[in-house]
Design a protein. Sequence first.
Length: 721
Amino acid sequence: MRRIVLFISVSFCFVQVNYGQFIFPKSIEREHPRLISSKVSKEDILQNIENSKDVKQSYEAIKSKISKYVVQYKTDPEWLSSRFQMYWNSHATDVYVDGEFYSHAKGKAPVPTVRFTGGQRDYVTDYKTPSLEDLKPYFEDDRGLFLQHKKTKTWEWVKPSKTGRIIENTNEKIMRIARDAALVYFIEGDADYAKLATHLFDVYMQGLYYRNEPIDMQKGNVQNIIGLTSFQVIKENIVDELTQCYDFLYHYIQKEHKPNNEIYATSLKKLAEIIIKNGVPDNNWNLHQANFVIQIALVLDEDKMYADGKGCQYYLNRIFNESEVRQWSVKDVLDYGYDQDNGVWNESSSYALSVAKGYTHLARTLQNALDIDVMQFMPVIPEAVAVMPQYLYPNNYIVAFGDSHYGPLETEPFLDLVANAQQFNNREQEETFTALLYMLQDKNQGEHKRNEKNSIHDILHNTKVHLDESIAPANKGDFMTNSFYAPTVSWVAMRNGLSSKHGLMISQVGSLGNHAHSNGIAMELYGKNYVLAPEGGRGSSYFRPDYKDYYSQFPAHNTVSVNGKSQYNKMRSYYPFEVKRLYPASERKTGYYPNINFSDIYFNEPSTNSDQNRVMSIVRTGENSGYYIDVFRSKQNEGKDEYHDYFYHNLGQELKLTSENGALLNLVESSKLTSKAGNIKAYDYLWDEVSTQTNNTLNATYNLSIEGGRAGTYEYVDARQ
């Protein structure tokens, strides 16, 4: 039996919960528009435009972009609407896809219908989205779309399956003009803007009214996730523009186009029904689907105004309280998806943080629209926001395991909870999350600053939050503990010191939950203000070969692969590690020796039936110095050990491998790290391969030149059989 033991020292010199039913008002008294804050009147908006330079510039920028179309509409009313991507000639009602690719459309409606996205699930395309001026009017051609290649700049005929989301993006661009024109009408009462907006809205909604749910000829999983206009229900982004446009135009439509209102409401409800019917019920998709349906619900009339009884309250209740096959209720998905003990969501870090942000935004949308507090029925959400600092490195960037990416922690969820607390008189919640905000950012920054370019949006949605300056910042050590273990995603964080320059941190992850990778016991290392041993992220797209073959596989991570064969389910994975020991205990704040952290983690690598054990430690040697220890044991259980590859990725422009006495190792070109040698395809993404053979210890030094100095990583490697 062959057994590999790796010792690496890296040093630096410098439960089930049953929530109650969500309760919604029996009558909706709020007038339209409802998607803006109920605390803001038209007079407030006009006053802010007049008195605030930022708000005025923001509003005038919107108006100036669309005013030419308002003028044009008077003489050429169909110029803009004819650029919609529609079935202008065929009037097709039924769309057919062949798995993840568009196939064809047939049927005959009395009016032009909205064209299906035409591309595929993969949004990446080699072609540019044409400007409105470059689009041909009433365009529908069996040859596909006429597009400009991004690299060659030539215009050519392109099959729909190669066009990504160009069709969707074009329609959304035009509806955004309609939405903005409707906004100007709402603020100023200028009927010319209403006429343009209503015409565009009418053409699209009439075309949607006659479209049916697309059909997957393969009868595969695509049928379970497809939308009315997009390959994925979570990409029905045009719902934003449609609902906002309808909301601002509501009273104009009732006065000038009331006979068409039934078509508009029916089209919106058709979107809602398909979004609920399809999708994924138990991950971030549920949230995205819920947000779309909530927007639709808020612009619909009361239930009693429709013959089918399906109005605002019906869809709100359905989303929050009723679970269906592919859209669980908010109540049930919060119970399932969150660890009720620590507030961690069962997806990779970026997704988990965005889900918590999504729920605070959802709650704020409803409190702004209807003055109701749904947060009181979601007690795990404040916990999910309070746990966010545990995801942070000392430089305030988040860990990035699975399909995540590095970046700062967003403050919107904290502000949403402060706003919620202030509106519904929850002083304890206000103090907690104001203190956390002051902990995360300089208290002298004061209240939340607006984005000057989008100041009119901040006014409409009342996003400004006044923070109580009498509240003291929270203690970082209470929310960024020396050890943290999240079993729901098989993740361990160990940190020693919170200084961005001198703090040390290890992040380790298994493969459990959604947007997880096939990575064994993977790890990230931090030092000198950088994640020096980073994760690779997801690559170009979930649907591209680089994601499938490399970024989601063992060689892209800091881990050990067995016999070049280690590979198991990615994306939705069920392979956690076992934490045998963790010091200090997770979330312990006192009563431990501060200069040592360590973890002892076991993992059974399922594809090769190998036992793997990783012991990692942080050793603090001084206020500004310390080192890491990494001992990785890997053994194939049937004795079929051929080789165990220790993959380690570090930042740097230079890597030197030396012997114990400092002599450079003699490295020669080789070609063992390839699929031709029997390894998984991920090995083919490694290049410039050189190698040597040794039974002795070796030293690896990564040199990283950065602005203002250098940072280095030094490894002592003991590889013994």
